[in-house]
Design a protein around this ligand. Structure first.
Ligand SMILES: CC(C)(COP(=O)(O)OP(=O)(O)OC[C@H]1O[C@@H](n2cnc3c(N)ncnc32)[C@H](O)[C@@H]1OP(=O)(O)O)[C@@H](O)C(=O)NCCC(=O)NCCS
Length: 154
């Protein structure tokens, strides 16, 4: 794999993003929602590229001017554990911080051990459980990372 570049997502990337979405989630976002996020999450819909290939993506939005919400993140199955997710999250957090956010948060399925560990190792902590967040008996954790005092982000 050559060098990974993180950049804004473009309309032309959506097909590849949808493919990653489908292989990553039981209830993937439909193409139409991914396309809507291109407008809604302007500057915070990022992709990881290896040459012309999209190998990961993430979507964030800023709420109430202070909180960064990680809507979704996934990397292509064949490229996982290669640093793609870390690069995407790092760049999204950098942009949240630049936009004035004081923290970043997300929801994750309580059974998604891999993602929970991924977030935990990047300073996110479980602050709440949202019962039935993903459907009946499918609970979610809210995980949060404060940017205050985190000089590594600046
Ligand atoms: C969670 C997810 C986005 C992480 O993406 P990723 O590209 O694998 O992320 P990274 O490679 O940066 O890090 C993953 C792990 O691989 C490790 N790693 C990174 N590069 C590595 C390398 N060269 N060799 C070995 N391990 C490596 C990281 O240290 C990390 O370990 P940790 O989680 O114990 O800290 C990915 O697993 C995914 O797409 N999951 C499915 C979708 C999903 O559940 N998304 C989250 C929804 S809330």
């Amino acid at each position: 794999m050559s060098s990974i570049i993180i950049s804004d997502a473009w309309e032309e990337d959506l097909e590849q993003i949808e493919k990653i979405e489908r292989e990553s989630f039981d209830n993937p976002y439909p193409f139409s929602l991914l396309r809507a996020y291109l407008q809604l999450a302007e500057g915070l819909f990022l992709v990881a590229r290896d040459g012309n290939r999209v190998i990961g993506y993430c979507i964030g939005i800023v709420q109430y001017k202070v909180r960064g919400h990680l809507i979704s993140i996934a990397s292509s199955k064949e490229f996982r554990r290669n640093g793609v997710g870390s690069l995407l999250l790092q760049e999204l957090e950098r942009r949240f911080l630049k936009l004035g956010c004081t923290y970043s948060y997300l929801e994750v399925n309580v059974n998604n051990a891999e993602a929970i560990r991924f977030y935990y190792n990047r300073s996110y902590r479980v602050v709440r459980t949202r019962k039935n967040y993903y459907g009946r008996n499918k609970h979610g954790f809210v995980m949060l990372k404060s940017f205050k005092g985190d000089s590594g982000l600046e």
